[in-house]
Design a protein. Structure first.
Length: 729
């Protein structure tokens, strides 16, 4: 049997100076880890501090954090308005600390720095895992560098759960390995707590409880193999006495899973739609089976290319050898954990959601990297397994679809895939044409990697016996080069997402510093005041982004005004109230509940203008701060236009002014023709012609002696938008 054969070899013994022998790490190793962590912090923070933009999910997490902080302790578990992430609340609770105690601008900076520190802290659990897998301290440093210096870490720019879930995943792996080494009640309790925290940071990672169960079963199998002749009944009793706490946890988790599958999935938020027998069946065997398989293979391909192929092949080969007992009993559980974590994490994603984002599945990359370096110490035993690892790597490149990489935003969705698509894939195809063009083979982008892995296998077969030190040195240099390339890819992704790409200009670092952005909203209102936000005109590329941006920067916006009569979106996050508006018999809008005294909205909104006095004009934003006046109806209402101010061709819109309350004598309308065709606008007896892409103004006189309101009919021929209505005195 392979296990017994391996344990008699020297490599199975605990090395001197390692944690397996209870020794202490050399001082230079600890210093190297500290330097690595500092380098990662500096590298990420230099880029992250340029950030002045955010992703849609961040808006939701920030508002959830504010809600939790303002409703402690119940906010940690009670239902939150508009929250769709179920129990995934650990990261919002963390965000709630700076956003609940500091000003928005300061909280923005603090939260992003916390992201950087959290991601760099992964060095610690990675080092603990490396000391259980790798003997030589210098190789452990290389393994940790390879395992944490990933292009994936550019997610530090964004207030997303992965920043907390990544180090927690590695701590969960440490806990799983530790509980199989010493299954004391303390270690079992710690494992349950850490895995539970990881699941509440990223719900998909709840699959780690399955990994824990598999690891415990493998451990019990190894222990049973050492006790030949002992009755199974006795073995089971000993296992139950030793791991009773885990047994209770597995029973409770199993009961909870059965409850969810029977229909109790509402508490899971968006995940609940698929955590049902019909949803899982549909993704595995029904109409969604093919997309599920393609998605899984694309994710696997992302893991291969995110590590630059070579470490993946070595790591999977070493993990296979370790799991089969080839490297000794101590490495069986870490090997099994590495192998099962890949399908579990990928499967947890593809069964729960359809979004193809690498950040959901990159957690096992660190485990693969650790075993890639461990392979250097066991090359003779792993020659066949490394061949298998190379075959798996090439198969993933061949079958998996390339990740996205055409726009700057894809550097967030798929940093490894975007780098591969825009840089490596193009170069590999070019080099294939130069080197293999004579073969008339199509340019695939993976043939040279396949050839390189063949060279690796041949080198292990022919040179390892006589030139073992040289082979190990070459492979160690290759792994170090891959670590360097991962840092290069991270820097490349940072640069492109910050400043755009040559094909797609833009990025999220082009705006002024966040200290100058929208902070005037809170400053314009007294302490303790709250405001209502009226979302600005929608835009095709970002229907509600301006409103969401205003909300994430202001602590005082707690209510959103809904313009349901124009079909406008209502970007209200967790904890926000929504007040609707309805058209009265006089054509003016009225609100369905009492409004706060303060209003945040864009001036001259053609859909709705409330009776208010301007307090603070917008600086770097379209939004201004107003103090609401008395009255129960709007001063201006545009009925029949769309959320973006569009005028439906062939249909009449109605524009109504509260002439008595405003005392206005004129209204100046601004129109735009955004499409490739000209537009013609008619308002009352006035006409306006617009060339494609042009804007123009139309002045309306308020009739003298208007008793109460003044109204105009608006018609358009061709695509036209009413983008502003300025009321004159």
């Amino acid at each position: 049997m392979a296990t017994g054969q391996a344990t008699s070899e020297p490599a199975a013994a605990a090395p001197r100076g390692s944690s397996r022998a209870g020794g202490r790490a050399p001082r230079y190793e600890l210093v190297a880890y500290a330097v690595l962590a500092v380098v990662l912090v500096v590298l990420m923070w230099v880029r992250v501090r340029e950030v002045d933009g955010w992703y849609l999910d961040e808006w939701l997490y920030v508002h959830a954090g504010r809600w939790i902080t303002g409703h402690l302790p119940g906010g940690l578990w009670e239902a939150m308005p508009y929250w769709t992430r179920g129990p995934q609340r650990l990261y919002p609770a963390l965000l709630g600390v700076p956003y609940g105690l500091a000003g928005t601008s300061a909280a923005f900076t603090i939260a992003h720095f916390v992201n950087v520190v959290l991601l760099a802290s992964a060095v610690w659990p990675a080092a603990l895992l490396a000391r259980r897998i790798i003997e030589h301290p210098a190789l452990r440093v290389l393994a940790v560098t390879l395992g944490v210096a990933l292009p994936w870490l550019m997610i530090a720019d964004h207030l997303l759960v992965e920043n907390l879930a990544f180090p927690l995943f590695l701590w969960s792996c440490v806990a799983i390995v530790r509980v199989t080494e010493a299954p004391t009640p303390r270690n079992q309790a710690l494992a349950i707590v850490v895995l539970g925290a990881t699941a509440m940071a990223r719900l998909n990672l709840g699959v780690l409880f399955v990994a824990l169960l598999i690891a415990v079963l493998v451990r019990e199998g190894v222990v049973a193999a050492q006790k030949d002749g002992v009755p199974w009944s006795r073995r089971l009793k000993e296992a139950a006495r030793t791991e009773w706490l885990l047994l209770i946890a597995f029973v409770l988790i199993g009961a909870f899973a059965i409850h969810l599958l029977r229909g109790g999935t509402a508490t899971l938020g968006d995940y609940g739609a698929t955590a049902t027998p019909s949803g899982i069946w549909d993704r595995l065997f029904g109409d969604l089976a093919d997309p599920t398989r393609r998605s899984a293979m694309t994710f696997l391909r992302s893991l291969v290319m995110g590590s630059f192929v070579f470490p993946f092949a070595l790591g999977i080969g070493a993990a296979l050898g370790a799991a089969t007992g080839r490297l000794g009993r101590r490495l069986i559980v870490p090997g099994v954990l590495t192998l099962v974590s890949i399908p579990l994490v990928i499967g947890g994603v593809v069964l729960a959601q359809a979004s193809q984002e690498e950040r959901y599945v990159f957690y096992p990359a660190t485990l693969i990297a650790l075993f890639a370096v461990a392979a250097l110490e066991h090359l003779r035993r792993l020659r066949g397994w490394i061949t298998a690892g190379g075959v798996i790597a090439v198969w993933a490149l061949l079958v998996g679809a390339p990740g996205p990489g055409t726009t700057s935003f894809d550097f967030f969705h798929a940093p490894a895939g975007a780098f591969w698509t825009r840089v490596l894939d193009a170069r590999m195809k070019r080099w294939e044409g130069d080197l293999l063009g004579w073969t008339l083979l199509p340019r695939t982008g993976w043939l040279l990697f396949a050839a390189g892995l063949v060279v690796l296998v041949v080198m292990l077969r022919l040179l390892l016996v006589r030139r073992g030190a040289l082979v190990r040195g070459v492979l160690a240099g290759g792994l170090a080069l891959c670590a360097r390339l991962q840092l290069v890819a991270m820097q490349y992704g940072f640069q492109q997402e910050r400043h755009g790409t040559t094909a797609v200009a833009g990025g999220i670092a082009g705006a002024p510093g966040h200290g100058e952005r929208l902070t005037y909203i809170d400053a314009a209102m007294p302490a303790g005041a709250s405001a209502i936000l009226q979302p600005a005109l929608a835009r095709p590329e970002a229907p509600t982004a301006d409103a969401e941006y205003a909300e994430i920067w202001s602590k005082k916006i707690d209510t959103v005004l809904s313009l349901s009569y124009v079909g406008a979106g209502v970007p209200a996050a967790a904890g926000m109230s929504v007040i609707d508006t309805r058209i009265g018999p006089d054509g003016l809008a009225r609100w369905t509940a009492k409004l706060p005294r303060w209003l945040v909205t864009a001036p001259d909104d053609p859909r709705l203008q409330l009776p208010a006095t301007l307090v603070a004009p917008g600086k770097t934003s379209a939004y201004a701060v107003w103090k609401l006046g008395a009255g129960d109806r709007a001063r201006w209402t545009g009925q029949g236009i769309g959320p973006d101010g569009s005028v439906p061709p062939g249909h009449a819109a109605t524009l109504t002014l509260d002439a008595r309350a405003t005392g206005a004598t004129s209204v100046r309308l601004t129109f735009a023709a955004p499409g490739p065709q000209p537009a013609r606008v008619t308002v009352g007896g006035s006409r306006l012609r617009l060339k494609p892409g042009a804007t123009g103004e139309l002045a309306l006189r308020v009739p003298r002696g208007s008793a109460d309101t003044a109204a105009w009919a608006l018609r358009a021929t061709g695509p036209a938008r009413l983008i502003a209505a300025h009321i004159g005195g």
